[in-house]
Write a protein that binds this ligand. Sequence first.
Ligand code: DP6
Length: 330
Amino acid sequence: MKATAKAHTNIALIKYWGKRNDELILPTNNSLSITLDGFYTTTSVAFKQDLTEDTFLLNNTPIVGEQHQRVTSFLNLVRKLAGKELYAEVKSMNAVPTAAGFASSASGFAALAAAASKAIGLNLSESELSRLTRQGSGSACRSIFGGFAEWQKGARVDGSDSFAVQVAPKEHWDIRVAAVVLSSKMKKVSSRAGMKRTVESSPFFKGWVESIPADLDAIKQGISDRDFQKVGEIAEANCLKMHATTLGANPPFTYWLDTTVTVMQTVQQLRDSGIPAYFTIDAGPNVKVLYLPQYEEEVKRTLQGIPGVSDVKLSKVGQGITFLEDETLA
Ligand code: DP6
């Protein structure tokens, strides 16, 4: 009863920001992301008769406390679905540099859901797997799919219609993402806590939610047409709207540092000089820059040259879940 799965992280172009049900992780809006080939998690899960609790090893280090609890709670869902009471040995290797500001929870929960459901004998479709993954971390449900994926918020109270679907496979369009890592760190408000505070107190939240359907329609058309300018403009504006909601929260907060704004301005200057590039930012200070392959050298050089930037990591569009046969992790 053992399986190993690999999942890539993703970056949202239309952000998931707000829940209508915290426990089931049901969002207030649809979101759309690119799965990234450069950043991934590989996880082995082995259910065993002789275990008295779940164990979790991350990058060869035993994990206890809150992170262990999140894994156990998620495995409880898997056990319930399978009708089996067995505990599991979970081993994960993260190739998602935490410093790059990607939520490793996206690739982490996608790999865990895939490996655990296979190991326990559930034969889930991709939609079922996405729906299960969602309950570990919302954004993770998009990582089941490669290429471009949309998380459909669904309407039912039990969340049965809330999962991701593929919008286009990775072969559809070779666009690139540069993850700009800043030297100074700050993450005082987690994405989970930040979106909750925003939903509960920001007067801008209503406007955010109302603006999503038009953004989604337009970006899907842009992806279908491979219209980089259109996709970039919508993604950048959507990111700015999401971050604007945090300034209206009580107490107000922002994820940006001074260097965050400098990187945003540099991306705008790149455009002024004729290089199409657009930014997006998640619940942290680091910036992700979308660009086309032919401008890679120039984009990288420019971003690396910004004072306060410690690293620039490049990625292509990645694939969805894969299962590994050689069980080196377990
Ligand atoms: C800003 O998926 O980390 O990255 O569902 O509470 O685990 P939980 O939140 P999480 O939130 C991600 C928010 C975001 C936008 C996005 O990825 O769509």
